[in-house]
Design a binder for this molecule. Structure first.
Ligand SMILES: [Zn+2]
Length: 542
């Protein structure tokens, strides 16, 4: 999620306030006919999955640490994709790449027939978030370089572990079904999942089990408390001139950008409080003595639903034209990404939640706890350590606008309006950082991440197995999707028919840092862990 760990606590608090929590067993909450209780055979298979996934701990740790060390920004996930598809190919999965015209996007498929269960998670990282893992203060591996300050290095390794264990069990017991793995590419740019939907990546999927790093094991259903958005770039074209000798002959594109931004910041007071909007000037000219003939400003317009997102976007479009008129420049606009506000499936969430309770939280060591508390102390946030208790199942079919309190967005929303979907949160991190920050990377190649991913993999695999062995769950999930979720609201993509994935983004930044970063790629043939390779004592605290 292009978001922070705070999301979970906010959603959690919201859920608590709404008193929508229930102690009833999952089947009793769905309103649908109660499914037959899970058979002893299914319970036995789940135990086998757990044992198998525990036996893969070292393999899981190597994947988590490797992807952490690649630290690739959105659309540039070259090493990450090569590495993960390599493992899957070796294990008999059929790889398709590229997907939807996106070079680093792929799917990996194994199995035959129904149901088709699609396991996804994001893989891109955050600009300037380079950080040594296991160190409880800011200490970059490479100053200024990108890094996994959102924890996206852990989700696909978790899905790979889950898928390999599931595949072995399906082979052994001749269980029908298809597993599809797919990475969320450029999620921090909200830039691909609408294109995946448009390209038909999910057209055969029965259920999508998405996953996002968090500070606890958890899942929810219904309206998300977050926003959707459209990511739009406005470019202005003027005329250069000697800024001192003949400024009257110039038309400054940067003036247009600044006037648009000033206009937006005045307008902000008169927008709904639910909106979030922010911008960066991605091109502000070359040097002061040349009147900038080209300039670009990049906006994220966030709101709670499709209509309000479109409203913000329209205001932005008008403002860009007004700024162009004021400066006698020309404005153009292009879409770089989009995300629908998510709505998660009740039946699948309840099924997953039963497995969450069965798996439980990892056993944290004294060192794990020490790292968490030290970083919390460093950042002056409550020193609560690691998660000790599983959160209740959270969910409500429709949240009113004033019940939504979280600004972040995630383009899994687009998927959730096309196929029954849930997002598993797994405890590979802890509450501390503000999100999109070096601090959110501290735990991400440590035993905390490794244990959290192992726990999450069990939940993913067991939930997929439930869906394969209890077809009535898939039927009920689609019943909720068709007759509840999409009854009054139909998906209309925010991307327009001619929009294309912005695959050029981050190319230059990665080209700048990659050569230096390559020296720090994790080598599991030489080192047991990435911490060992970097020579970091775990934990390192002040
Ligand atoms: Zn994320």
């Amino acid at each position: 999620m292009e978001s922070t760990l705070r999301l979970q606590s906010l959603v959690f608090v919201t859920a608590l306030l709404l008193v929508v929590l229930s102690q009833a067993p999952p089947a009793a909450q769905s309103g649908a006919p109660s499914p037959p209780a899970a058979s002893p055979k299914l319970a036995g298979y789940k135990r086998d999955l757990a044992v198998d996934i525990d036996s893969m701990k070292e393999f899981t740790q190597q994947m988590v640490d490797s992807v952490f060390s690649f630290g690739e920004l959105g659309f540039q996930e070259v090493e990450t994709s090569r590495y993960l598809t390599g493992i899957l190919k070796q294990n008999g999965f059929r790889i398709e790449q590229p997907v939807a015209g996106i070079p680093t996007a792929w799917t990996a498929t194994w199995g035959t027939g129904k149901p088709v269960i699609a396991l996804g998670s994001d893989v891109d990282c955050i600009p300037q978030a380079s950080q040594k893992p296991g160190v409880a203060y800011h200490d970059p591996i490479i100053e200024g370089a990108p890094g996994h300050g959102e924890g996206h290095n852990s989700g696909m390794p978790m899905n790979v572990t889950a898928a390999l264990a599931l595949k072995r069990l399906m082979e052994r017991e001749h269980i029908a079904g298809t597993i599809v793995l797919w990475p969320g590419i450029a999620e921090e740019l909200l830039a691909t999942k609408a294109y995946f939907v448009r390209a038909g990546v999910f057209k055969d999927a029965d259920v999508v089990l998405f996953a996002h790093v968090g500070s606890n094991l958890g899942v929810g259903w219904g309206d998300s408390a977050g926003t959707g958005l459209v990511s739009v770039e406005y470019s202005f074209k003027g005329e250069s001139a000697h800024a001192a000798a003949a400024p009257w002959r110039g038309r400054s594109a940067l003036d247009a950008v600044e006037l648009m931004d000033v206009g937006w910041n005045f307008r902000r007071e008169h927008l709904r409080p639910q909106q979030r909007s922010h911008y960066v000037i991605s091109n502000g000219g070359d040097q002061p003595n040349v009147v900038p003939p080209n300039a670009t400003v990049w906006y994220y317009f966030r709101e709670l639903d499709y209509e309000h997102i479109k409203d913000l976007w329209d205001i932005g479009n008008r403002m860009s034209k007004a700024a162009a008129m004021m400066t006698d420049t020309e404005a153009s606009m292009r879409v770089l990404g989009s995300a629908w506000p998510a709505h998660m499936n009740k039946v699948v969430a309840e099924t997953m939640y039963a497995n969450i309770k069965g798996v439980g939280l990892p056993k944290w060591s004294a060192d794990d706890e020490k790292l968490a508390v030290a970083l919390q102390h460093e950042l002056k946030v409550p020193e609560v350590g690691l998660a000790k208790e599983i959160q209740p199942l959270r969910g409500k079919e429709k949240l009113a606008d004033n019940e939504k309190g979280f600004g972040g967005s995630d383009d899994i929303g687009d998927v959730s309006w096309n196929v029954p979907t849930v997002t598993l949160n797994y405890p590979a991190n802890f509450e501390a950082g503000p999100g999109h920050n070096w601090a959110n990377g501290v735990a991400m190649a440590t035993p905390i991440a490794h244990k959290g991913v192992t726990a999450g993999a069990k939940v993913q695999a067991m939930t997929a197995l439930d869906l394969m062995m209890r077809p009535e769950l898939v039927t009920q999930a689609w019943d909720y999707f068709k007759n509840v979720q999409t009854k009054d609201r139909k998906y209309v993509p925010l991307i327009r028919p001619d929009d294309k994935p912005a695959i050029w983004l981050n190319e230059q930044v990665m080209a700048k840092y990659r050569p230096e970063m390559q020296k720090y790629y994790y080598d599991p043939t030489k080192y047991r862990t990435y911490l060992e390779q970097l020579g970091i004592k775990y934990p390192t605290v002040r």
